[in-house]
Ligand binder design. Structure first.
Ligand code: DTB
Ligand code: SF4
Length: 319
């Protein structure tokens, strides 16, 4: 699909200037770009299923599944069974969802029966004519190759935050580790789903810097989730203040401008946005959402209400 002049040389200062524009100017610029390209593809619905919960060796301070924190309500589970995944995927498909994202909590992929079972799940989701997406931590080239062969469409591996702020949020890995995994995934011809989280206590410059990392990947990632922190009890960020809704809108708009052809997903944190704020996000170029009752360990916006709302505002859902 054609995209209006993609650039791969954005500077943090340029993106920060975008984020600081008067809101309506920023949203109009982003909207122009959507109208000239991405809008035609409608808003993609993505279902999310956590197929293995908790016990993760990483210490991401926003996450309830890290073994370093004691989040309430989190029970470690083994990998889901294939039949559970297939029935969830079928259910999601009935609701009109094309993309099915599976989350495995863990630092990295290791060879063995668990990875083989995940490959079976990828094959099964593909066989339903859905787009399988997986998030499973760091991996090696032979894992990516096996996933590609199994029919994986997309691998999710967020850069989370800026290079400058990274160490404040995660200490068990570096952003370089993440970028290495992303390039291994890319090399196998799997689409990249990589985005950020706002509301971690980062500055505006950090937000710009995180977007710069994504915008300077060539090619751009196909899918870019923009998350707002869901503060979970028992995690180090449990008392973090909620980001203002309009910061969310700004981040989506700036992402749309610097990543003109990517699917920009209004991801975690959508549940607490008012319908008006969500409508602004779509106007600003969001063209994907998580649809379904649950995210990984928290509730998502309620699907029936979502459906009615999307219809009301005239969002087109691709069949
Ligand atoms: C992404 O960027 N957001 C999703 C998905 N990729 C894996 C995860 C959201 C999790 C929200 C908090 C929770 O439910 O635990
Ligand atoms: Fe582990 Fe992923 Fe949670 Fe980080 S975000 S602690 S890698 S499950």
């Amino acid at each position: 699909m054609t995209s209006p002049n993609p650039r791969y040389d954005w500077t943090t200062a340029e993106i920060e200037a975008l984020l600081a524009l008067p809101l309506l100017d920023l949203v109009s610029r982003a909207h122009e770009i959507s109208k000239s390209g991405t809008d035609k593809r409608g808003v993609q619905l993505a279902a999310l299923m956590n197929i293995k919960t908790g016990g993760c060796a990483e210490d991401c301070s926003y996450c309830s599944q890290s073994a370093h924190h004691e989040a309430l309500d989190i029970t470690r589970t083994p990998l889901s069974r294939l039949d559970e995944v297939v029935s969830a995927a079928k259910e999601a498909k009935k609701l009109g969802t094309i993309r099915f994202c599976m989350g495995v909590a863990g630092r990295e992929v290791t060879d063995g029966p668990e990875f083989d079972a995940v490959l079976d799940m990828v094959r099964a989701v593909r066989a339903l004519d859905m787009e399988p997406c997986l998030t499973m931590g760091m991996l090696k080239p032979h894992h990516a190759q096996a996933l590609k062969l199994a029919g994986l469409q997309s691998y999710n591996h967020n850069i989370d935050t800026s290079p400058e702020y990274y160490g404040q949020i995660i200490t068990t890995r570096t952003l370089e580790d993440r970028l290495r995994t992303l390039s291994i995934v890319r090399d196998q011809g799997i689409d990249l789903c990589t985005g950020v989280i706002i509301g971690l206590g980062e500055s505006l410059t950090d937000r710009a810097s995180a977007l710069r990392v994504l915008a300077n990947m060539n090619p751009h990632p196909e899918s870019v989730p923009i998350n707002a922190l869901v503060a979970i009890e028992g995690t180090p960020l449990e008392r973090q203040e909620e980001v203002p809704a309009l910061d969310f809108v700004r981040m989506i708009a700036a992402a749309r401008i610097v990543l003109p052809a990517s699917r920009v997903r209004l991801a975690a944190g959508r549940k607490r946005l008012s319908p008006e704020a969500q409508a602004l996000c779509f106007l600003a170029g969001a063209n994907s959402i998580f649809y379904g009752e649950r995210l990984l360990t928290t509730d998502n916006a309620e699907p029936d209400r979502d459906r009615a709302f999307l219809e009301e505002i005239g969002v087109r859902i691709p069949a």
